[in-house]
Design a protein around this ligand. Structure first.
Ligand code: HEM
Length: 415
């Protein structure tokens, strides 16, 4: 059925969770409880954990957890199939973010299946195309330099708060057409929304974001500018302006999708760099290979997952998946599939080019992928120019946070 995002309704399929909610068609021998994203073994070293999943579990298995039960897809080939066949694997109701059922809205474009999905991507894709984001190069470079000026001569910093978070947030504010003096407030809201351990702090952050975004949309409607919010607020695909719910669901998803993923990616990579000075030297010595370097780092340190809901029964690898079942493509595990990336944990800048799954593939492939690649490239270039040798602060304990975006909480560095 076509999705009417102007009149959203809560998803039809419930989320099952726990051992007493395993559907009868799931064979016992395929049921496990892996602890993916929350268990102690995952939190001790999430990327090694996801690489090891290939040895511990069948390529498609049913994972029981107290939050959500789902089929996990570990093979690159299976993820490519699922992500390219939306007629079997739908995005409607597939995200984990809860909303008020009495004031429901869709996260756009992530929860919208084709053909409606295209209408939304067409509004913003030109701004996020490779050519579109190149226009942002000078700005991202300037923002990186401004941040580095604040701490480069201090000999130490906590990477996440000094650089990893403020860089993408300040770029995001520019793109959206929001004022830079909101940077630290936005960082605080984003962190509280996505990582607070209590629901009250999370709820307050969400309420602040919602109020601010609604007000920003109203302002952009009255005073159009070149920013993304204004572009969405004034869009009229097929001559039909978007409804308030569509505009809101679109803008808020950019906030959710575009910040945490970049912080987490930078954190993982800087931790690895700090522990591998000889690889830092290699990166500095190969400036012309920066694009391959960025791609391999994104493969090795991919941070998130693609959830889908089975839209019609299908059998894969002999496993019967039924309409309404949930699946997760464990993208980091797929990026460690040795059939596609031999010696998968090794960071090898000379790997033959293959499709990496950090940004997913198919219609929902990440809209911000070119921007994220550019941010990562410039962050590496500017940081390594100013701080070419650095290491993890002695005694620092690196802790990973639970949840659907994988990365260390804090990365204390010295140089
Ligand atoms: C390294 C950073 C990033 C990573 C690893 C990442 C990863 C992803 C992934 C895996 C998806 C697909 C999710 C799914 O299939 O269910 C996705 C979708 C999306 N991302 Fe990103 N992302 C990053 C940065 C960004 C940025 C900077 C923006 C925006 C400014 C952004 C906006 C989006 C949007 C709008 C979608 C939904 C696309 C659609 O449904 O058509 N992302 N991202």
């Amino acid at each position: 059925m076509a999705i009417d995002a102007a009149h959203p309704v809560p998803p039809a399929y419930p989320r099952s969770a726990g051992w007493d909610q395993i559907p009868p068609h799931v064979p016992k021998e395929l049921v496990f409880s892996s602890g993916l994203t929350t268990g102690p073994e995952f939190l001790a070293n999430p990327h090694d954990f996801m690489a090891n999943m290939h040895d511990r579990y069948p390529p498609i298995f049913y994972d029981v957890s107290e939050h959500i039960n789902a089929w996990q897809f570990l093979k690159h080939e299976d993820a490519l199939f699922a992500l390219r066949h939306w007629e079997y694997f739908s995005n409607e109701g597939a995200t984990p973010f809860p909303r008020d059922p009495n004031d429901y809205f869709y996260f756009i474009p992530i929860e919208i299946d084709p053909p409606e999905h295209r209408k939304y991507r067409n509004i913003v894709d030109p701004l996020f195309s490779p050519r579109g984001v190149l226009k942002l190069e000078n700005l991202i470079r300037q923002r990186s330099r401004d941040l580095l000026d604040e701490f480069a001569d201090k000999g130490e910093c906590e990477f996440t708060t000094a650089f990893g978070r403020p860089l993408p947030v300040s770029v995001f504010l520019d793109i959206m057409g929001l004022p830079q003096d909101m940077r630290d407030t936005f960082v605080e809201w984003a962190v509280n929304l996505l990582h607070a351990r209590d629901r009250e702090t999370m709820g307050r952050a969400m309420a602040n974001i919602v109020a601010y975004i609604k007000q920003a949309i109203a302002e952009k409607k009255a005073h159009p500018d070149e920013g993304v919010i204004s572009r969405i607020a004034h869009a009229a695909p097929d001559g039909q302006p978007l409804s308030d719910k569509e505009i809101f669901g679109f803008v808020i998803f950019l906030f959710i999708g575009g910040l945490d993923t970049v912080f987490a990616t930078l954190n993982n990579i800087w931790l690895w760099l700090a522990r591998n000075p000889e690889r830092v030297e290699e990166i500095i010595a190969r400036p012309d290979d920066i694009d391959n370097i960025v791609e391999e780092l994104l493969r090795r340190w991919s941070v998130t997952f693609s959830g889908r809901v089975v839209a019609q029964d299908i059998e894969m690898r002999g496993v019967k998946l039924k309409k309404g079942d949930r699946i997760t493509c464990v993208l980091p595990a797929c990026n460690f599939d040795a059939d596609v990336f031999p010696d998968p944990l090794e960071v090898n800048f000379d790997r033959p080019r293959k499709t990496i799954l950090a940004f997913t593939v198919g219609v929902h492939s990440c809209m911000g992928a070119h921007l994220a690649r550019l941010e990562l490239k410039i962050a590496l270039q500017e940081w390594l120019k100013r701080i070419p040798r650095f290491s993890v602060k002695p005694g620092a304990e690196i802790e990973y946070r639970p949840g659907g975006v994988v990365g260390p909480e804090a990365v204390p560095l010295i140089w």
